[in-house]
Design a protein around this ligand. Structure first.
Ligand SMILES: NC(=O)c1ccc[n+]([C@@H]2O[C@H](COP(=O)([O-])OP(=O)(O)OC[C@H]3O[C@@H](n4cnc5c(N)ncnc54)[C@H](OP(=O)(O)O)[C@@H]3O)[C@@H](O)[C@H]2O)c1
Length: 297
């Protein structure tokens, strides 16, 4: 019995070491890719002629639109405000020479996908960035006190990812290549009290994305989920950028280095360090919550 227990504890010890080792290797890979940019700039263009970006009128989506246009792709911009989209389209066309197509759509609705499909017809889409998302309460708030936008949030944060992927993945599969970037959030990594619905919707995106990558990897399709912490955009009321809080442009530029770094990353080294730190801290925390309401009050 004593010998069995000894073997058992050695086995558990080895397992724990393995988990930490995998984390360390993943972290080391991010550091490597941060300093040695191994991905050629032409990689994005090699996926196909067009990139489709949801929530492209501002913040992270707008930054991806410019970055991918600079890398030689034509861009499809999708969001609600036509004037913002027209201004971005003109600027992209003038500064990069890429073509831009605009689709005005509201992702809080679920009857927009036939219209989007019609507008995407005939385009060779190499990249899809599922970026659109909403955060109903920037300040921490109990579920019952938060604005009642449940159905809108589900459509905007979750349905949009599933339906846009369904529309575009089909064509990627038949071409045997493509890249899908799903913008989740650091709030997906642990249950986040006082942001429960947002955190859960982003956890959905993370799980869906990772499962889908396992299904389609062998078919030549890269599906990656990004889980950043704070980025200075209108969603975060333009928090002051610093070493941790990136601007949308900084974040997007850096995230492009990690496209081939596996099915999930934070998109920037600073946030990857925070996640690794949180992981080490939470190892003994049985409920693995980002914070408890009593601590946030
Ligand atoms: N900012 C952060 O700190 C942070 C951190 C982690 C993850 N994220 C995630 O990153 C993504 C982008 O965030 P962001 O900070 O860039 O947001 P943002 O600055 O608020 O921009 C959101 C964009 O989406 C569009 N949009 C919003 N609701 C829409 C709807 N119902 N239908 C169509 N378009 C809509 C907005 O344009 P219109 O209003 O003109 O439609 C805007 O172009 C989100 O999924 C967010 O959850 C953000």
């Amino acid at each position: 019995m004593g010998e069995f227990l000894e073997q058992f504890f050695i086995f558990v010890g080895v397992l724990v070491c393995l988990v930490y080792l995998v984390k360390c290797v993943k972290f080391a890979k991010c550091i490597f890719l941060h300093f040695w940019k191994v991905l050629p700039r032409s990689f994005a263009q090699s996926m196909g002629q067009w990139a489709v970006i949801t929530g492209a009128g501002d913040g992270i989506g707008k930054a991806y639109s410019f970055e991918l246009a600079k890398r030689g792709l034509n861009i499809v911009l999708i969001s609600r405000t036509l004037e913002k989209l027209q201004a971005i389209a003109t600027e992209i066309e003038q500064t990069t020479g890429s073509s831009v197509k605009i689709i005005q759509a509201d992702f809080t609705k679920d009857d927009i996908y036939e219209y989007i499909k019609e507008n995407l017809k005939g385009l060779e889409i190499g990249i899809l960035v599922n970026n659109v998302g909403m955060l109903p309460n920037l300040l921490p708030s109990y579920f019952l006190n938060a604005p009642d936008e449940i159905q809108s949030l589900i459509h905007c944060n979750m349905t949009s990812v599933i339906k846009m992927t369904q529309l575009i993945l089909k064509h990627m599969e038949s071409r045997g290549k493509g890249l899908i970037l799903n913008i989740s959030s650091g709030a997906a990594l642990f249950p986040c009290p006082l942001y429960s619905l947002y955190s859960a919707s982003k956890a959905f995106v993370r799980t869906f994305s990772k499962a889908l990558q396992a299904e389609y990897k062998a078919k030549g399709i890269i599906i990656q989920v990004l889980t950043p912490y704070a980025i200075s955009t209108s969603m975060t009321k333009y928090l002051n950028p610093n070493m941790i809080t990136k601007t949308a442009n900084e974040f997007v530029k850096e995230s492009m280095n990690y496209i081939t770094a596996g099915d999930e990353n934070c998109g920037c080294l600073a946030h990857e360090i925070l996640v690794t730190y949180n992981f080490l801290l939470s190892w003994n925390n049985e409920d693995r919550c980002a914070a408890s309401p009593s601590r946030l009050n």
